[in-house]
Structures are given as structure tokens and as C-alpha cells.
Design a protein around this ligand. Structure first.
Ligand SMILES: Cc1ncc(COP(=O)(O)O)c(C=O)c1O
Length: 411
């Protein structure tokens, strides 16, 4: 008798849902479709030569065999040392033992779910929030309490309500939020960290987009506000930091390239130690070669120069998209004006269904992602997300004009 696989799977598998976005992306991958659906960086800006040079240098040096060998779970010391300096420069106190290298922030989320979340634990999240986080944490039986947001981020009263109600952790994307593009203001970050500290509840600060800022000044990380509140000076904290409420997630996916799968978590030692054990069980360590390539590639100011190139191009694409939307979209439609990141969030009149509009748009060979999968309660039927980093200027003009035609006809 052959195995009936569906009857043999674990309880956890019943928490797995196919990603609504992945299904849409399959359709949008047809070459003639102009897609604003994914969240991909611009491939023409990948630093291919620099990566090639770093790889050659490693494989031609006496480090070559080390690059191809098993490696400690915590990650490459050279890369972690560089990250310690960079994180401290951003006001986040840490020593080497506070930094864990992971294989993409998606893995960071999975490991955090494994270590922090028991079945039916409630996590307070922005509403809407990052779909990939829900995919990771659904498996561990998480439930979500969606928090109200305004232009400054999560509303403090609503966070307080969720924490009073017993939420076990908070998940926030403070810079150029995916999907809305909203940035949590400095004052709001201070207030939110004050509230979470009062309740002793951990905050997962997911920041893959923070370096992609197109205007205005950088806002300090929530981890920095938390340290300030606890009286920990990032510049004088030499040894490992063993207290604090925030786990900070950084990633090279958008700053360098996603294919190498190198990212990091910074946090107090008790939780980092548990995450190291979870990672050991998951994959032993992130690719040694990939870590060494990144450690070399970022040196001598390269990463900052590269980020400047990225922000120059992405700013232009954002401005083009916003400009064509302003000219062509009906006045009943509103949208965010993100100061960085990759996404614009669009709100249609109440009662409009963005998924039906997507079908009409696909007939015209243009795609976006409907907003409802980003809502823990699957609300937000009248919303959708547009990505501007992965399209050429000419595609932005044609694509937005086509969406506008559909909106004008059907609203
Ligand atoms: C908010 C957020 N977190 C995490 C990730 C995962 O990034 P990666 O695994 O490539 O580091 C993404 C990717 O789009 C994201 O938008």
C-alpha cells in the first residue's frame, strides 16, 4: 500500500497556507506582463563585478579551504565584527556575541518563531503587515492582533490595548513598511518602546529597507530608543549586551543582493543564544562562502557607495510612479508617498474589490498585488500594493497608464 502523504503530515503543516502572492507572481512572470507585483530589487544594479572580485580573491587565497568548510553557527567573525561597528554607529549597542548571521531575514523570522512562539500565542502586528512573517509564524500556531496605524506608524493606544490583552510579542517594520511604505516617526518609536518596556514584551524590529531612503533624515532604530531608555550607551558597551526588549533584523538582500542569502539578527545574549541553537538545528550555519563574499564586498566604503547608487535610481522610479499616478488616477483613489523602500500602497473607495480589478489589469498585461493577504483578518479588499524598484521608467509610464484606464472605467 502506497503512503497517503496528506494523512501522514504533522499538525504544523495544517498551519501552512500557499502564499497568495506567489500564486499571483506566477501569472506575472509572463514576459509581456508589466509587473509591479513582486518586491524584487533591480537586477541591473546588482554589484556583479564586486562579487566576482571578492569571490576570486577568496578562492585564490589561503582562505579558500576555510570558505568551503563547515563553520560555527554564529557566523563569520569578520562579518560580525563589521556589523557590530555598523550597528553601534546606528545607536544599537552590541558586542560580537549579540550578532547572529542568518540565511535571509525570512530565516530570522522562522528561528524567532521557533524560539518565541507557542501555539495560540498572540503577536501584536501592524495592520496590514508582512505576509512572509505570517507564513513563518503560522506554522508555530501564532495568532495576530492587528494594530491600527496612522501616518506615524502604530497607534500607541492600540498597542497598549493589545499588550493589556496579553500579546506576547510585537512585530514592527519601522522603515518604509512592507506593504504600506509608512515610516514610524521618531516620537512614535520612543513611545512604542516605552510601552513595550513597561510590559516587558519583546519587539521584533524588521528593517530590510532602512538604508533605502530617498528623502529626509534617517530615524534611529527602535533598538536604539530601547537602549537609550535602559541607559545602555552603544559606544561604550564593549562586552556582550544581556538585556533589552528589541531584536533587530537586518538583511543584505536589498542593500547588496538577495541571492547570497546573508542577513543578521542583533539582540540581548539570552535570546541570541537560544536562536543560535535553533539555527544549529535548522542548517548548522549560513553558507561560509557567501558570508566571506559579503564580508569582503562591503569593505572600504563600497556598501555605502552602492547604497547611494541604489537610492538614486529607486528615487527616480518612485517619483515617476507617483507622478503618473497623480496625473492619471481618479480622484477617489488615494495612496502613500513613501520616503524610501520599494512600495506604494493604494486605497480604493470602500466596497471596491482590488482582486477583481487585478483580473481586468491582467487582461491589459499589467499586475499589482491586492492588499487583503497582508491583513491578518483578510480585510483590506479595497487596497493594493505597487512596487517601483523592479520596473524600467518606460514600463512605469505604460503600466500606470493601463491601471489608470481600468480604474477610470470600473470605479
Ligand atoms: C519586511 C520584510 N522582512 C523580511 C523579508 C525577507 O528578506 P530576506 O529573507 O531576503 O532577507 C522581506 C522581503 O521582502 C520583507 O519585506
Amino acid at each position: 500500500m502506497t503512503t497517503s502523504w496528506s494523512n501522514r503530515m504533522s499538525d504544523r503543516v495544517f498551519g501552512l497556507k500557499p502564499s497568495a502572492i506567489r500564486e499571483i507572481l506566477k501569472v506575472t512572470q509572463q514576459p509581456e506582463v508589466i509587473s509591479f507585483a513582486g518586491g524584487l530589487p533591480a537586477p541591473e544594479l546588482f554589484p556583479v563585478e564586486r562579487i566576482q572580485q571578492a569571490t576570486d580573491e577568496i578562492l585564490q587565497s589561503d582562505e579558500a579551504t576555510r570558505a568551503l568548510q563547515y563553520h560555527p553557527t554564529e557566523g563569520h567573525v569578520g562579518l560580525r565584527t563589521w556589523l557590530v561597528k555598523r550597528m553601534r554607529g546606528r545607536g544599537i549597542p552590541c558586542g560580537l556575541d549579540n550578532v547572529l548571521i542568518t540565511s535571509g531575514s525570512q530565516q530570522s523570522l522562522d528561528l524567532i518563531g521557533k524560539v518565541l512562539i507557542s501555539r495560540d500565542d498572540v503577536v501584536a502586528v501592524e495592520r496590514p503587515t508582512f505576509l512572509g512573517m505570517m507564513q513563518a509564524w503560522d506554522v508555530y500556531g501564532a495568532r495576530y492582533d492587528g494594530l491600527r496605524m496612522d501616518d506615524d506608524g502604530v497607534e500607541p493606544d492600540d498597542l497598549e490595548r493589545a499588550l493589556k490583552g496579553g500579546a506576547k510579542a510585537v512585530y514592527i517594520i519601522p522603515n518604509f513598511h512592507n506593504p504600506t511604505g509608512i515610516t514610524t516617526s521618531a516620537a512614535r518609536r520612543r513611545t512604542l518602546t516605552e510601552i513595550t518596556d513597561r510590559y516587558g514584551v519583546p519587539v521584533v524590529e524588521d528593517d530590510p529597507y532602512g538604508q533605502l531612503r530617498y528623502e529626509g533624515d534617517a530615524v534611529a532604530a527602535m533598538a536604539a530608543f530601547d537602549a537609550e531608555r535602559l541607559g545602555i550607551d552603544p559606544r561604550s558597551a564593549d562586552g556582550p549586551v544581556d538585556r533589552g526588549n528589541v531584536l533587530f533584523l537586518g538583511s543584505f538582500s536589498k542593500e547588496l543582493c538577495p541571492g547570497l542569502r546573508v542577513s543578521w539578527i542583533v539582540g540581548p545574549t539570552p535570546i541570541i543564544n537560544a536562536l543560535v541553537q535553533a539555527k544549529q538545528a535548522a542548517d548548522l550555519h549560513t553558507s561560509t562562502l557567501a558570508q566571506m563574499i559579503v564580508a569582503r564586498a562591503v569593505q572600504d566604503g563600497f556598501i555605502d557607495a552602492h547604497i547611494q547608487t541604489l537610492t538614486g535610481v529607486y528615487k527616480q522610479r518612485r517619483d515617476l510612479m507617483l507622478g503618473y499616478m497623480q496625473t492619471h488616477f481618479p480622484s477617489s483613489v488615494s495612496w502613500t508617498r513613501p520616503a524610501g523602500g520599494l512600495f506604494i500602497w493604494v486605497r480604493l473607495p470602500e466596497g471596491t474589490n482590488a482582486t477583481s480589478l487585478l483580473d481586468r489589469c491582467l487582461e491589459k498585461k499589467v499586475a499589482f498585488v491586492p492588499g487583503h493577504p497582508f491583513f491578518p483578518d483578510r480585510a483590506g479588499e479595497n487596497t493594493f500594493r505597487l512596487n517601483f524598484s523592479n520596473a524600467q521608467p518606460a514600463q512605469i509610464e505604460v503600466g500606470i497608464t493601463r491601471i489608470a484606464e481600468v480604474l477610470r472605467r470600473h470605479l
